[in-house]
Design a protein around this ligand. Structure first.
Ligand SMILES: CC(C)(COP(=O)(O)OP(=O)(O)OC[C@H]1O[C@@H](n2cnc3c(N)ncnc32)[C@H](O)[C@@H]1OP(=O)(O)O)[C@@H](O)C(=O)NCCC(=O)NCCS
Length: 185
């Protein structure tokens, strides 16, 4: 897909730290701020061309989290038939541990329930402990190790997945009345 001028799919959410966060589609003029966050977040940052090339794909979506008219986070993900795949995800170093990343993940989880895609997957570098802990806190689970996954280093990656199936199993409401009947019989 191309970068969209449309501000659709936006929503205002309480960040839990005072002012609220707006999550909306990434547009062309956000790129400078997105690139600054990218460079402040990764040792091997994507170039602008890499972002644009990715976002030109029909199944690729970019969104930003905005607070007080400043971009404080972004995510790039692909839509597949049965899952979403996160390709890039970062929160501004100045705004970490304020719940912004969690709100961005929640936005993706909400899409699962709307569109019947049941999973979100991503690869995390083995050295990126903060991201592993973050996605773990968002109920992603590491499924496998991808050996020598990257071109730029010899690092392995953890393949992580959030599954609606796992969370619905964990939170499946029990039928207490039926249990009561069974106990009483
Ligand atoms: C990983 C990242 C996106 C987290 O974003 P964030 O907005 O700071 O995360 P949140 O504030 O929503 O954190 C939610 C929970 O995740 C966990 N968490 C987040 N960052 C953590 C860290 N550095 N260490 C330990 N746990 C962490 C905590 O449980 C946290 O809850 P708490 O703050 O109440 O303890 C952010 O650190 C980042 O942009 N890192 C660099 C880019 C990156 O690694 N992206 C992922 C590529 S796979």
């Amino acid at each position: 897909m191309g970068l969209k001028r449309n501000h659709g799919q936006s929503s205002q959410e309480d960040s839990g730290s005072g002012s609220s966060v707006l999550i909306r589609w990434l547009i062309r003029r956000d790129m400078d701020e997105v690139l600054a966050i990218e460079r402040g977040s990764f040792e091997y940052p994507w170039t602008e061309e890499e972002f644009l090339c990715c976002l030109r794909q029909r199944n690729c979506i970019g969104t930003v989290a905005e607070r007080d008219h400043r971009i404080v986070g972004f995510m790039i993900y692909e839509l597949h038939q049965s899952m979403l795949r996160i390709l890039n995800f970062a929160v501004s170093p100045d705004h970490r541990r304020e719940g912004i990343g969690r709100q961005m993940v929640q936005r993706l989880i909400d899409k699962l329930s709307q569109q019947r895609r049941r999973e979100i997957v991503l690869e995390v570098r083995e050295t990126n402990l903060a991201a592993q802990l973050f996605f773990g806190a968002c109920r992603f689970r590491a499924l496998s190790v991808l050996r020598n996954h990257y071109d730029d280093t010899l690092e392995d990656a953890y393949y992580m997945r959030y599954s609606l199936r796992d969370s619905s199993e964990r939170y499946k409401p029990s039928n207490r009345l039926r249990q009561f009947d069974a106990d009483a019989a």
